[in-house]
Write a protein that binds this ligand. Structure first.
Ligand code: ATR
Length: 277
């Protein structure tokens, strides 16, 4: 019987996940079908009911997008360590009557940076802008890559400090405010994980953080040259990237978790890439 998968979010019209997983399934010859579900925002338990109905109807797994990642995490019976630190799930698996929660956003981002872009983070100086859900999901995979330094900067400094103290002594991690960045010198990688690009805004990051030989990474995708990427380009940064590779890589992680087979990602990333100019 064909196995059922889906992505659930609200709104969901923009999702690329059915396309990506459809191509993965074709390439790896998996008998599965993957749809998009617009999840109900109200009443409070309607999201969970929808997901449980999907599982009861033969669903084997589901991807979660905004605004349901916290609810998906909360409804699981078992949670991975990175999902637990994020407090959020972007994928669920249903097996033996139990619900398992994972968060592949951070590992997808890391794979895109290290494998696709070709920037191993070991010994590198890394700056992450933002301290929201996206950063929570990325912290453990980033630290596992053993950077020399991992600096989290946020307008609301307490939020960044809380995050750092939650992770504790796991690595060379520190929280700063934007005003403290100037004396920090250049970073090999600067990741914009704020939601500023969604509104066309620029986080107050000084151009001095960019290294011309370094990489600037925008988590949002398909938005061409965002103010952040433009700032990096004007600062002479050679390597600029958006989050399309992360999108495909987190999908590949979920696919492997569900199906036990790892799909190729390069051709799909190329297909979905929107040129900057
Ligand atoms: P997500 O789940 O996408 O990370 P979020 O949890 O709402 O979204 O977090 C949004 C992040 O973007 C926060 O770190 C926020 O900073 P504050 O905590 O200081 O509000 C950051 N952010 C949003 N707009 C920004 C802007 N214009 N400049 C700098 N940071 C911004």
């Amino acid at each position: 019987m064909t196995d059922k998968y889906a992505v659930i979010g609200n709104p969901i019209g923009h999702t690329k996940s059915p396309l990506i997983h459809g191509l993965f399934a074709k390439e790896t010859k998996q008998d599965m079908n993957y749809t998009a579900i617009e999840g109900p925002l109200e009443p409070e338990n309607a999201f969970e009911d929808t997901v449980r109905a999907f599982a009861a109807g033969g669903g084997k797994g589901i991807n979660i997008t905004a605004p349901f990642k916290l609810k998906a995490f909360a409804m699981a019976d078992e949670r991975s360590e990175r999902a637990t630190l994020a407090g959020a799930a972007n994928a669920l698996k249903f097996a033996n009557g139990r619900t398992f929660a994972e968060n592949f956003d951070g590992i997808g981002l890391l794979r895109d940076i290290e494998v696709n872009i070709g920037l191993p983070l070991q010994g590198k100086r890394v700056l992450v802008l933002g301290a929201g859900g996206a950063v929570r999901g990325a912290l453990l995979p980033f630290l596992a890559a053993q950077p020399a330094e991992l600096v989290i900067v946020n307008r609301n400094l307490c939020k960044a400090q809380d995050l750092v103290s939650e992770v504790g002594s796991k690595g060379p991690l520190r929280a700063l405010g934007y005003g403290e960045l100037e004396p920090m010198g250049q970073f090999d990688l600067v990741v914009n994980a704020t939601s500023a690009s969604l509104t066309g805004d620029l986080p107050p990051v000084p151009p001095s953080v960019f290294s011309p030989e370094g990489t600037a990474y925008e988590l949002a995708y398909g938005k061409k040259l965002t103010p952040f990427l433009r700032l990096a380009r004007n600062a002479g940064v050679q390597g600029i990237a958006d989050g399309v590779g992360m999108l495909v890589e987190q999908a590949a992680e979920a696919f492997e978790w569900w199906r036990g087979v790892r799909p190729q990602t390069r051709a799909i990333i190329d297909q979905l890439t929107v040129p900057f100019d």
